[in-house]
Design a protein around this ligand. Structure first.
Ligand SMILES: Nc1nc2c(c(=O)[nH]1)N[C@H]1C(S)=C(S)[C@@H](COP(=O)(O)OP(=O)(O)OC[C@H]3O[C@@H](n4cnc5c(=O)[nH]c(N)nc54)[C@H](O)[C@@H]3O)O[C@H]1N2
Ligand SMILES: Nc1nc2c(c(=O)[nH]1)N[C@H]1C(S)=C(S)[C@@H](COP(=O)(O)OP(=O)(O)OC[C@H]3O[C@@H](n4cnc5c(=O)[nH]c(N)nc54)[C@H](O)[C@@H]3O)O[C@H]1N2
Ligand code: SF4
Ligand SMILES: [Mo]
Length: 731
């Protein structure tokens, strides 16, 4: 075949969902990739991580064949680069047969709920994120996984106020005159918004960043407000206090489109500036100025990201921030409003893709129990285990774990507990992966997965409004296979005869889009099929044209809203019925400077994402490691906290709490204020001591939808007495 270019979509868990043009040579090898210049948000460039994607696809470390654990090798972390010694190659036939036999036996003996799927967002392609796999586990009657680890809290918070997960169009940002990046590291996590922000600034807009950490975004802003972690609800309530006190709210918009304003007014009375200042660490004068700037600048937009909901009070915080543009009526103006996520605009037919009805056909005859992924450690140790405090009504202990699209040994909270669970010799663990990861070290059966270059999919986005087709660019490397293929094959080995298990990728795409039945298509997807996407060069904007007054797209300029009341809900009767405070409030996190525990562990710890990695994806690649070299193995501290502990820049330190102790190197660099320390997510096996930041995080759940509290962690730090290896590649 002559050399050619195909349109793929970056499938990493990133709001930008970039269009990617892959050049393939005559031999079928990808030789080049670039951002699609015709995609209005990608605008022809890729982030630093994915610009080097050929290094990942063709890495010599890719998993290329199915493998099983060699007899006698215990389940434990393995040295990077030597993992293959612990596994032996088997054929796909043998792998599939072994898995089918073991899962059948476990289901027979202990009930299918003793099987737990564990997946998240290794790919956010619609099919490979969740379709054939969901069908398979429903049909099997396996435990259902509540996928809370990332954004469920924030998403539910937004929905509680507006009824839908929509937000200000990325392409509207240049019109804004004030942009607040609230817990949003645009430079690191959402780089394709940056050119729109810069365009707005050239037109005179100001950029304000509210973040306890001096991100690259914060350093580039007009005003960085370093807030105390976990106190954003107080700040938002305090801003509303000032806006209402000074009559700066939009009375007409509030009267026409919202409900619960009177109750909100009472609640915000409890948050005068001095009190909010004491909680947030921001001066009362600055809070006044921020509230005034926000309420008097038009259009004003908030780029809110999920960092704000990763703490105990995160649901209330997201709700409170989300209410600000409803109070000021900022939604009426193109370039105003708020963007947390745009994902609710993509109306895939999930029922067709996931087939929850198959669960009824399983031996259970009912939907299986739900296990929250944010308490994986608990699920693998205590759950169903009476000796460890488990309750019989919780169902059987987990006997089989099936991991794909995720690396829980690195990303799940309370790592000590997770690793104890994974190390259980009696747990049958399957891992479908592209690389030997921290999790694959614990697999009984290890299966090779394709990258987005090697399979076809479709994709939406949570940071723009384009639906895209991701064409297969190259043949799978070695014997790598996609998630869709894997679960289709496995279903057939298990004897599941339903025709849906034989659906092809193209069938699934048509089902997701409902393109086989245009009458049933959602109006925003009207006319979209794989063919129209292909003809359009890979990307099509959702069709908002037919919405009333939606040209340009103003998602919440007017009602009716898809909430129970049909209005924007300051007061949520739904939450009240669930026993949750119907109005946002500030509540101190049990691990924060406002809690008694801070007497023992006085430092607030931010175990952050790395700018050059994607959660736990990329740290194993030398070029990516190099880009992140200033932060690998580093604890960022303020000079006051370092001096008080006799710590000098570069010293090896132990960062510890009741859950464990981590060896890092102190770096005094202005990233954090006194009382806060920060470190970045890396692989356990690439870290000194064999653990990453999640050794210190807890399995506590937050105030809405059972999300984790990665950013509510107390620690202390001491100069290390142990002499650590001086691994220069870790600095
Ligand atoms: N480069 C890169 N890009 C990524 C990822 C990555 O790992 N690396 N991860 C992807 C994923 S999974 C997601 S979910 C998205 C979105 O991810 P985000 O939610 O944007 O990412 P975070 O880095 O968790 O949080 C954003 C910011 O919130 C700040 N923050 C922490 N606690 C608080 C607080 O209490 N208040 C305030 N105001 N700010 C706080 C953090 O310091 C951080 O700078 O990003 C995606 N993009
Ligand atoms: N301390 C701390 N912990 C965190 C966070 C944090 O900010 N701080 N962030 C949290 C958040 S927001 C999230 S979303 C989670 C992310 O957690 P995960 O969703 O687990 O994300 P990754 O760490 O990127 O791991 C994804 C894995 O899937 C694999 N993969 C990619 N594509 C495919 C595929 O097509 N098929 C298969 N089978 N595998 C594939 C990749 O190789 C990779 O190892 O981490 C959470 N954990
Ligand atoms: S990780 Fe995000 S910014 Fe980078 S190429 Fe993928 S979608 Fe684009
Ligand atoms: Mo995430």
């Amino acid at each position: 075949m002559p050399s050619r270019t195909v349109h793929a979509v970056c499938s990493h868990d990133c709001p930008d969902s970039c269009g990617v043009l892959v050049t393939i040579d005559e031999a079928g090898r990808a030789t080049k990739l670039r951002g699609d210049p015709s995609h209005p948000v990608t605008r022809g460039f890729l982030c630093g991580k994915v610009a080097k994607y050929l290094d990942r696809v063709y890495s010599p470390d890719r998993l290329l064949y199915p493998m099983r654990r060699r007899a006698g090798v215990p389940k434990a972390s393995l040295p990077h680069g030597r993992e293959s010694e612990s596994f032996e190659r088997i054929s796909w036939d043998e792998a599939l047969d072994t898995i089918a036999t073991r899962l059948s036996a476990i289901a027979q003996e202990h009930g299918p709920e003793s099987i737990l799927p564990y997946s998240y967002a290794g790919t956010i392609g619609v099919l490979n994120y969740g379709s054939m796999d969901r069908r398979f586990f429903h049909r099997l009657g396996a435990s259902q996984l509540d996928r809370t680890i990332c954004s469920e809290t924030g998403g539910q918070a937004l929905i509680s106020v507006y009824g839908r997960k929509l937000g200000t169009d990325t392409e509207a940002f240049p019109q804004a005159k004030l942009i607040i990046a609230w817990a949003a590291n645009i430079h690191g996590n959402n780089i394709h918004l940056w050119p729109f922000v810069e365009e707005a600034r050239r037109n005179g807009a100001k950029l304000v960043v509210i973040d306890p950490y001096a991100t690259r975004t914060a350093r580039a802003a007009d005003w960085h407000i370093p807030i105390n972690p976990g106190t954003d609800s107080a700040l938002a309530l305090g801003m509303m206090h000032i806006i209402v006190r000074d009559g700066l709210f939009d009375q007409d918009y509030v009267a026409r489109w919202t409900c619960g304003f009177d109750q909100l007014r009472e609640r915000i009375a409890e948050y005068p500036p001095e009190y909010v200042s004491a909680l947030t660490g921001i001066s009362a004068a600055d809070i006044e100025r921020l509230a005034h700037d926000y309420a008097t600048t038009t259009p004003a937009v908030i780029r809110l990201n999920y960092g704000v909901q990763r703490s105990d009070n995160g649901g209330a915080a997201t709700r409170a921030i989300a209410m600000l543009p409803a109070l000021t009526g900022a939604w009426k103006h193109y370039g105003g409003g708020l963007q947390l996520s745009t994902s609710g605009a993509f109306k895939w037919d999930k029922t067709a893709l996931e087939r929850p009805d198959l669960a009824q056909a399983s031996p259970l005859g009912r939907l299986a129990r739900i296990v929250n992924m944010s308490v994986l450690g608990h699920a693998l140790t205590e759950l169903g285990n009476e000796a460890l405090g488990g309750k019989p009504e919780d169902g059987p202990p987990v006997r089989a774990l099936f991991v794909y699209n995720s690396n829980p040994a690195a990303v799940a909270p309370d790592q000590g507990s997770v690793l104890r669970g994974l190390a259980r010799p009696d747990l049958f663990t399957v891992v479908h992966e592209q690389f030997f990861t921290d999790t694959s070290d614990y697999a009984d059966i290890l299966l090779p997965a394709t990258t987005f270059f090697e399979h076809k999919d479709i994709q939406g986005a949570y940071g723009h409004y384009y639906v895209q087709l991701s064409e297969q660019a190259i043949e799978p490397l070695g014997e790598a296979r996609s998630n869709v293929w894997l679960f289709s094959q496995l279903a057939q080995r298990m004897g599941f005869t339903e025709p849906c298990f034989r659906d092809t990728v193209d069938d699934l795409i048509a089902q997701a889009l409902r393109s086989g039945d245009p009458d049933q298509q959602h109006p925003w997807l009207a006319g979209v099929t794989a063919d129209t996407l292909h003809a359009a060069g890979g990307a099509q904007r959702l069709r908002f044209e037919d919405e009333p007054n939606q040209q340009p797209f103003l998602p919440f300029a007017q009602g009716p809203f898809q909430t129970p009341s049909g209005r924007i809900e300051f007061y949520s009767a739904t939450l009240a019925a669930e026993g949750i405070d119907p109005l946002p409030a500030f509540r101190p996190a049990p691990e924060s400077r406002h809690a008694a525990a801070s007497e023992r562990y006085p430092l607030e710890f931010l175990p952050r994402k790395a700018d050059n990695y994607m959660n736990s994806t990329f740290p194993n690649l030398p070029g990516h490691r190099q880009m992140e070299s200033a932060y690998n193995g580093v604890l960022e501290m303020h000079a006051d906290d370092a001096t008080a502990r006799g710590i000098a820049d570069g010293d090896t330190v132990d960062v510890f709490n009741d859950r464990g102790s981590l060896a890092l190197h102190a770096h005094v660099n202005g990233g954090v204020r006194p009382g806060v320390v920060a470190a970045r997510l890396d692989w356990n096996k690439l870290s000194e001591g064999g653990h990453n930041v999640n050794l210190l995080t807890s399995q506590r759940l937050n105030d809405l939808a059972g999300g984790p509290v990665f950013y509510s962690v107390l620690v202390d730090v001491r100069k290390s007495s142990a002499s650590h290896q001086n691994q220069t590649d870790l600095r």
